[in-house]
Design a protein around this ligand. Structure first.
Ligand SMILES: [Zn+2]
Length: 285
């Protein structure tokens, strides 16, 4: 599933292709994409709109139009965007929408599992919509350890589950959560409220580090994610724990273990990331 680095990579690639362009023709072939709104009506509403900017908030892509309307795109599990010069889009049975721009190039939306969404918001609706769903941006300078701490205070859920909650921190999903926790040496099952000041600082620092590395590597391509020109990302080569069950930990050689946390597959090093039980027996919790 695309997380902050993948969505940010798509944004950076598409922004110069979209900004200043007009949506000349919009075809939405999957009614699910725009539910509960009728896809034909959404398409007609988008036609003629001029793109002011392409932004991102958490895992949302935001197409802001000069009219004040915005189109909020969430790729969910398997959504991806492809840009191609006029008439050069390859055939694709999973294509759900195509936007023809006024330079005759196409932006195509592909989604195998069809969980992605396109939502039009009227002028003035965007901030409230996002603020209700998405917490602080982890790469903003204002995302300091106390900001993270305030969102974990009093929460008994596993810290992994807490940071997957988009209201705790925007854009972190299963891959980058596991990678950040390994780098911070924090066990994914630790209660969110149990982290002390130095652990919070470390978690904040490592979250930013893995997200920045993910952007530098242009995201991780496991199955569906690709860049708008069809290229793959390279972050998967940097994974320390994600998907690496039984492989030796880079730091200590202990085989990586896989458990489930909040219903999600979770990888960690049992030596570097001490369990709550092990910490308690050493008097640390
Ligand atoms: Zn280790």
């Amino acid at each position: 599933m695309p997380e902050l680095p993948e969505v940010e990579t798509v944004r950076r690639r598409l922004a110069p292709l979209l900004e200043g362009r007009r949506f000349e023709r919009v075809e939405i072939s999957d009614a699910r994409l725009t539910r509960p709104f009728e896809s034909g009506l959404v398409a007609r509403e988008l036609e003629g709109e001029c793109v002011e900017s392409l932004d991102r908030r958490g895992k949302y892509l935001i197409v802001r139009f000069e009219s004040g309307l915005s189109l909020l795109i969430h790729l969910r599990m398997t959504g991806s965007l492809r840009h191609a010069a006029a008439g050069s889009l390859p055939d694709d049975p999973y294509r759900r929408a195509v936007v023809r721009l006024d330079d005759k190039s196409d932006v195509a939306y592909r989604d195998v599992r069809r969980f992605g969404t396109w939502l039009i918001l009227a002028p003035g609706e965007l901030d409230g919509y996002l603020d209700a769903r998405v917490g602080p941006e982890p790469l903003d300078a204002s995302f300091r350890a106390p900001v993270l701490g305030a969102r974990l205070t009093g929460r008994r859920v596993p810290v992994k589950a807490a940071i997957l909650d988009q209201r705790t921190v925007a854009g972190v999903g299963n891959i980058y959560a596991d990678e950040a926790l390994w780098r911070a040496r924090i066990h994914p099952l630790r209660e969110a409220r149990s982290l002390d000041g130095s652990e919070l600082k470390e978690l904040r620092r490592r979250l930013r580090q893995v997200l920045e590395l993910g952007i530098a590597r242009q995201g991780s391509t496991l199955r569906d994610y690709s860049l708008p020109d069809g290229e793959a990302g390279g972050m998967q080569a940097e994974f320390k724990v994600y998907g690496r069950a039984n492989e030796p930990c880079d730091r200590c050689g202990t085989p990586i273990e896989r458990i489930r946390v909040g219903g999600r597959g979770t990888w960690y090093c049992p030596t570097c990331q001490l369990s709550p039980h092990a910490l308690a027996s050493r008097g640390h919790l």
